[in-house]
Design a protein around this ligand. Structure first.
Ligand code: PLP
Length: 421
C-alpha cells in the first residue's frame, strides 16, 4: 500500500472513531436535589447520610394499599426497612401490624418497641438463635406464644425447635417454608411436609401456624412468562395446603398464615384468585435501583445517599499510566473529576445527572472518584446523591437516617443495632 493511502486510511479511521465517541451528557441538580441539598445544609449535615423522602415513602404505601386492599393482608418486610421509627411509620400508614423478620437481634428490638406486632420469620433460624431470642427477651406486653411464628424448613429443624420449646416450657407457633419454585429451601415433597406436620401435632409445645412460600423467581426467570411461573408456584402452594388440610383436619388453624410475595411480585396478584391470604413487601416502599422493575412502575424512589464533594478538578488525572487525559479526550463525560466523602457503596450515582465511576482509577470507601462532563458545575462542599441498589444492608451504614419532608430534614431515625448474641 502506498504511504499516502496509509495516512489517508489512518486519518479516516481516526475521524470515524472521533464521530463514534460518547456524546456529552450531564446536568446540574434539578430543583428537587437543589432543595434537598439546602435542607441537608440547614440541618448541619456534612457527612455521608442516608436520606428518606417521607412524602414519597407515604405515596408508595398508598400505592401498595391500593393494590392489596380487600384482597390480601399486608406483611411488612422489616429487613428492607431496618429502622424502628421507619417501621413504625409504615405500620401506621399501612394499617398493618404484621412484620416479617430475618435477624434475631432485630426481633428482640422490634418486640420491645412494638409489643402489638404479629411476627413471622422470613427464614429458618438456627435453633440456638431462637434460644437467644428467649434469653434476651425481658418479658412485657409482647406474647411470643401468640405473636411470634418461627419458620421451619425440615423435619430435623422441627425436632430441634420441639426440644427447645420443651426445655423452655414455651408454646411456639411455627410456619412451614414451602419451595414453590425458588429452590432456596423449604418443603419439596408431600412426605417431608407430612413428617413435619406429624412432629408438630405430636408436640405438646409446637403448633402449626401456616406456610411461607416466597416466589421472586417468577419475574426473574429469563425464559417464559411471569404469569406462567406465578400460576405454577400457586398450584404448588395450593397442593401443599390441600395435603396439610387433609392431614390436620380440625387442627387446621382458623387464623392460618398463608404468606407469599415480595416487592417484585406483589402486583402480580392484582387480579385472579390465589390460595394465599397475605403478601409481604418492603423494598418497594423506598425503591432502591434493584427494584426499577416493570412490576413496580408505579412506585417512586424514596431513598438516597447524600455525600459532600471534597475535591473538584477540571481535569482527569490517573497516576502512572497517565491515561486520564486520553479517557477524557475520548469521553467528554470524564472531563471533570470529583472526590466524594466516602464511597464504594452498593449504590449508583443519581444527581447531578451523568456522574460515572472510574474503574481505571479504582473504587474507594474513603474518597471515591466520580467523573462528569463540563455541564456539571459541582464544587467543593456541594452534595452528590446516589441511589442505593438495595436497602437492607446499605441503610445500616450511615447512622441515623435523615428524614426529608417538603424542603426540610424533619427527623432523624436510628437504624437497627447489632447486639451481642
Ligand atoms: C421470605 C421473603 N419474603 C419477602 C421478601 C421480599 O422483600 P422485599 O419486598 O424487600 O423485596 C423477601 C426478601 O428477601 C424474603 O426473603
Amino acid at each position: 500500500m502506498k504511504r499516502r493511502s496509509l495516512i489517508m486510511g489512518g486519518a479516516a479511521a481516526l475521524g470515524l472513531g472521533w464521530l463514534l465517541r460518547p456524546g456529552e451528557r450531564g446536568a446540574d441538580h434539578s430543583p428537587y436535589f437543589q432543595q434537598l441539598s439546602a435542607a441537608l445544609e440547614s440541618a448541619n449535615l456534612a457527612k455521608p447520610s442516608l436520606v428518606i423522602d417521607r412524602s414519597r415513602l407515604l405515596e408508595n404505601i398508598q400505592t401498595l394499599r391500593k393494590h392489596l386492599e380487600g384482597r390480601f393482608e399486608y406483611r411488612i418486610v422489616a429487613k428492607s426497612l431496618p429502622s424502628l421509627p421507619l417501621l413504625g411509620t409504615v405500620m401506621e400508614a399501612s394499617g398493618s401490624n404484621r412484620l416479617m423478620l430475618f435477624h434475631q437481634p432485630f426481633i428482640n428490638q422490634v418486640v420491645l418497641r412494638y409489643p402489638g406486632a404479629d411476627i413471622l420469620l422470613g427464614k429458618p433460624m438456627p435453633v440456638a438463635a431462637a434460644h437467644n431470642f428467649y434469653r434476651q427477651f425481658p418479658g412485657g406486653a409482647f406474647d411470643p406464644q401468640r405473636q411470634l411464628r418461627w419458620l421451619l424448613d425440615t423435619p430435623e429443624r422441627a425436632a430441634q425447635y420441639d426440644k427447645l420449646a420443651r426445655e423452655l416450657g414455651q408454646q411456639m407457633p411455627v410456619c412451614i417454608e414451602l419451595d414453590v419454585g425458588l429452590h432456596r429451601g423449604g418443603v419439596t415433597n408431600d412426605a417431608q411436609l407430612v413428617a413435619m406436620l406429624d412432629l408438630i401435632t405430636r408436640s405438646e409445645y409446637l403448633s402449626f401456624g401456616g406456610f411461607m412460600g416466597y416466589e421472586p423467581h417468577i419475574v426473574k426467570v429469563p425464559i417464559g412468562s411471569a404469569e406462567t411461573y406465578r400460576d405454577r408456584a400457586m398450584t404448588v402452594y395450593e397442593h401443599y395446603i390441600e395435603v396439610a388440610k387433609a392431614h390436620l383436619g380440625a387442627l387446621w388453624p382458623e387464623d392460618v398464615v398463608l404468606n407469599a410475595g415480595g416487592s417484585p411480585t406483589y402486583e402480580m396478584y392484582d387480579e385472579g384468585s390465589y390460595p394465599v391470604n397475605e403478601l409481604a413487601a418492603g423494598s418497594c416502599l423506598v425503591k432502591p435501583t434493584d427494584f426499577d422493575l416493570p412490576t413496580l412502575a408505579d412506585h417512586v424512589p424514596a431513598c438516597y445517599i447524600a455525600t459532600p464533594v471534597l475535591k473538584a478538578l477540571d481535569t482527569l488525572q490517573i497516576p502512572g499510566i497517565d491515561l486520564g487525559a486520553v479517557q477524557s479526550i475520548w469521553d467528554p463525560n470524564r472531563a471533570r473529576t470529583f472526590f466524594t466523602y466516602g464511597g464504594y457503596w452498593k449504590a449508583r450515582p443519581e444527581s447531578p445527572e451523568g456522574l460515572v465511576n472510574n474503574s481505571l482509577y479504582g473504587r474507594s470507601t474513603n474518597q471515591e472518584m466520580l467523573n462528569g462532563s463540563r455541564r456539571i458545575h459541582l464544587e467543593v462542599d456541594d452534595w452528590v446523591f446516589l441511589r442505593p441498589t438495595q436497602s437492607e444492608f446499605v441503610f445500616l451504614q450511615f447512622g441515623d437516617i435523615a428524614v426529608y419532608d417538603k424542603g426540610a430534614i424533619v427527623e432523624r431515625w436510628p437504624v437497627f443495632r447489632e447486639q451481642a448474641a
